[in-house]
Design a protein around this ligand. Sequence first.
Ligand code: NAD
Ligand code: UDP
Length: 327
Amino acid sequence: MEIKLPKKALVTGAAGFLGSHLCRQLLSEGYEVTAIDNLFTGNKSNIYDLMDDRRFSFVLHDVTQPFWGQFDEIYNLACPASPVHYQHNPVETIKTSVIGMMNILDLALKTKAKVLHTSTSEVYGDPLVHPQVESYWGNVNTIGIRSCYDEGKRCAETLAADYRREYGVDVRMVRIFNTYGPNMHPKDGRVISNFIMQALCDEDLTLFGDGLQTRSFQYCSDLIDAMRRFMRLSRVDVDAFCVKHSLGSPVINVGNPGEYTIKELAQETLKLLPDSKSKLVYKPLPADDPKRRRPDIILAKELLGWQPKVPLCEGLKKTIAYFREMV
Ligand code: NAD
Ligand code: UDP
């Protein structure tokens, strides 16, 4: 009888918000998981409960340094995602995106591992096309305060596309639209964690600008589901899909197309926390803040047979329950 060994996965950025959910999902599917993180924005508390699992190992490691190991699948999530964090040390952010991506792709090339890279809706910048389709090239400032993240992620996509074309590395990419849920850092600085923490602490909710800019919010379990579906596909099927849709490389939007103004999000948050004494206050809009964002998910639906399941109200309730434990 043939003994089937568990598949081995490497997750970078594993102690972060999304990485921790992904590790949990992979373990539940029987994977052996090696988790690496430099703990810049991640926290070991997100993965403490996994440490006792002998199929899980954590390595304190910075992806700007090469990493060695034999894996079937690599999930590249290492990179600060909140504007506050990625602007804290912009040069480190670029290094993480670009050198980190090269290190991961070199590892995949040597070991024939399959890679899933987490790109972002920020590659569209302040988009002039709405909703955003994958074929749109974006409207990005190269020298602004968001550029370290946007251009770093754009360069990572270019590297992935070239390693695939030149060297045949099996790399797939998801452009993630604003995703939220438990395990976000309470002081992360992103809008949902800010609003919930502010409302729970009776502090005023800070709306940047007029609050009429829009975002589309995806609950974390929907994203993890899409990522796993993408990785389960065979290379042949992914390649055929790319040819059919004239995609230079396998990259798809993953997000929830429900679009809300930031003011509507603030009102929805306060509706779910009726005892809060918080009010809305207006603060200056940060530079280059995108005005409208909504994913076109036609490709993800066709390729993955997927669509988001968790409505904003339900996801917010779960996230509020998580943050309530922290105040
Ligand atoms: P996060 O900040 O919670 O997690 C990022 C993790 O990467 C952290 O644990 C951090 O310590 C780690 N990290 C950062 N630099 C590193 C380095 N040089 N070496 C090793 N580890 C490093 O953010 P998240 O929301 O979980 O995002 C995960 C990935 O998804 C990121 O690549 C992000 O760009 C992408 N993404 C997230 C969203 C979202 O809305 N959450 C949207 C688009 C893209
Ligand atoms: N925002 C806000 N108040 C906050 C934090 C963010 O009004 O306390 C706005 C921000 O200006 C942006 C939107 O909410 O227009 C989403 O911000 P976030 O940092 O979550 O993610 P982004 O999509 O900008 O990367």
